[in-house]
Design a protein around this ligand. Structure first.
Ligand code: NAI
Ligand code: UGA
Length: 480
């Protein structure tokens, strides 16, 4: 029986391994992590991450051929294939701080593999890493091993949160990069055999190591670039009276461009787009390509611009001050169907409003008060370290309350900011909400999910990203 061990039981390691266990009953899969609470949660009824469909997959396999454990050494030493799916956050200190990927967790995982291995192994990079990481890992493994042979493969993950199980069941492609030697090709074939249990052969792409590593960074950069492109257009739409949904539809019907991923928004978030582009920028700079670095940097600059533009709209339209005004924040997660808040645009928007002394009442169906308080007090990039290594939040932001209902959040509020596209925000009773609010009552839709015309009929002043502006907003220009 093939034995797989995955180091890192996070958003990628957990769901990916659960699906491998489901689709390959003849393979034994152990997911290990240094975080005891995380492993305990994987072994309980309350999984550590919210992901539609994940509970059912875990329930079916856990205890059969899927195991979660903190005994990293035991499971690594027994495995034929070791996936490494630890976090690779942006460095906060030292060389490359604020840009380069922090490979501390990766390196410590590689050292454990080198220390405890007693048989040859295939080591699979599942984390997103800088190009050429495999070479560094090879050095750690070969310098510390006692004649044991390791083959390194790059097998980046393309799942998106909120649709992870769907994406894993039916991936656009699985990418496997390896050495172009007979041993390298044999390792590629062994990993291909695992995926071939459910992924059609023509969707399993094989490349050399560096192409696989770079393709992952490139894919995220292209996806984020689309959002920054549409968001840049949204600013121009507001200035000219064009409508971003109509423009995006007209552009996306060109089959060379395609309709997906063209929704204007308050900005992209999530643990990876910004981190991976910063990493790409750093690699370009290190390779003497400042023009290429500058090109990709712009994707992040537009994203930051979009978030501050949104805050400025809110403040400008409420008579240039939100001091002591209650603003309801609907949605804090970086997208719907996840409780993940890493790099969520809500953090920047809330901080911007707090900077103007607003009082915030926040509601998100999946994010806890503790998480929101941590996010609003944590330093940049700290959120991507394992929870037990994050600094404890000694202070709470007093002007913030977290409530468990959208109606409670909006009661007596002066304005509402919709920051996550949760479906339930589309069908709220906005008439009831309007009646309970201060007047004039504002809705700032950062996700274009409400029916702005209906809300205007109720009496709201509505701002929606990239849509023609209300007369009120036209009279109150926001300088970003
Ligand atoms: N979150 C996502 O949707 C996607 C993430 N990725 C990439 O996958 C990687 C992992 O991301 P996430 O799963 O989101 O991170 P995560 O933070 O949810 O999980 C990483 C886990 O690794 C554990 N860990 C760290 N060092 C360890 C060690 N030495 N031994 C054992 N466990 C260790 C941590 O305790 C943590 O539980 C990152 O490189 C990310 O860029 C790729 C595609 C999608
Ligand atoms: O490497 C990763 O971590 C993953 O990053 C993204 O997945 P994820 O961040 O989970 O979610 P997305 O659906 O890509 O959304 C990212 C952000 O962009 C925003 N977005 C997305 C689409 C769009 O049209 N407009 C828009 O603003 C979302 O609201 C969200 O804040 C990629 O889609 C995955 O392929 C990749 O594996």
């Amino acid at each position: 029986m093939v034995k797989i061990c995955c180091i890192g039981a996070g958003y990628v390691g957990g769901p990916t391994m659960a699906v491998i266990a489901l689709k390959c009953p003849s393979v034994e899969v152990a997911v290990v992590d240094i975080s005891v609470p995380r492993i305990n949660a994987w072994n309980s009824d309350q999984l550590p991450i919210y992901e539609p469909g994940l509970d059912d997959v875990v329930k079916e396999c856990r205890g059969r051929n899927l195991f979660f454990s903190t005994d990293v050494e035991k499971h690594v030493s027994e495995a034929d294939i070791v996936f490494v799916s630890v976090n690779t956050p942006t460095k906060t200190q030292g060389l490359g701080a604020g840009k380069a990927a922090d490979l501390t967790y990766w390196e410590s995982a590689a050292r454990v593999i080198a220390d405890v291995s007693k048989s040859n192994k295939i080591v699979v990079e599942k984390s997103t890493v800088p190009v050429k990481t495999a070479e560094a890992i090879e050095k750690i493994l070969t310098h510390n091993s006692k004649g044991i042979k390791f083959q390194i493969l790059s097998n980046p993950e393309f799942l998106a949160e909120g649709t992870a199980i769907k994406d894993l069941f039916n991936p656009d492609r699985v990418l496997i990069g390896g050495r172009e030697t007979p041993e390298g090709q044999k390792a590629i074939q062994a990993l291909k055999d695992v995926y071939a249990h459910w992924v059609p052969e023509d969707r399993i792409l094989t490349t050399n190591l560096w192409s696989a590593e770079l393709s992952k960074l490139a894919a995220n950069a292209f996806l984020a670039q689309r959002i920054s492109s549409v968001n840049a257009m949204s600013a121009l739409c507001e200035a000219t009276g064009a409508n971003i949904s109509q423009v995006a539809y007209a552009v996306g019907t060109d089959s060379r461009i395609g309709p997906k991923f063209l929704n204007g928004s308050v900005g992209f978030g999530g643990s990876c787009f910004q981190k991976d582009i910063l990493n790409l920028v750093y690699i370009c700079e290190c390779n003497g390509l400042p023009e290429v670095a500058e090109y990709w940097k712009q994707v992040i600059k537009i994203n930051d611009y979009q978030k501050s533009r949104f805050v400025n709209r809110v403040v400008a339209s409420m008579f240039n001050t939100v001091s002591s005004k209650k603003i309801a924040i609907l949605g804090f997660a970086f997208k719907k169907d996840t409780g993940d808040t890493r790099e969520t645009p809500a953090i920047d928007v809330c901080k911007g409003l707090l900077g103007d002394k607003a009082r915030l009442s926040i509601y998100d169906p999946q994010v806890t008060e503790d998480q929101i308080q941590r996010d609003l007090t944590m330093k940049k990039f700290d959120w991507d370290h394992p929870l037990h290594l994050q600094p404890m939040s000694p202070t709470t932001v007093k002007q913030v309350t977290v409530v468990w209902d959208a109606y409670e959040a909006t009661k007596d509020a002066h304005g509402i900011c919709i920051l996550t596209e949760w479906d339930e925000f589309k069908s709220l009773d906005y008439q009831r909400i309007y009646e309970g609010m201060q007047k004039p009552a504002f809705v700032f839709d950062g996700r274009n999910i409400v029916d702005a015309e209906k809300l205007r009929e109720i009496g709201f002043i509505v701002y929606a990203i990239g849509k023609p502006l209300d007369a009120w907003l036209k009279d109150m220009p926001a300088i970003a």
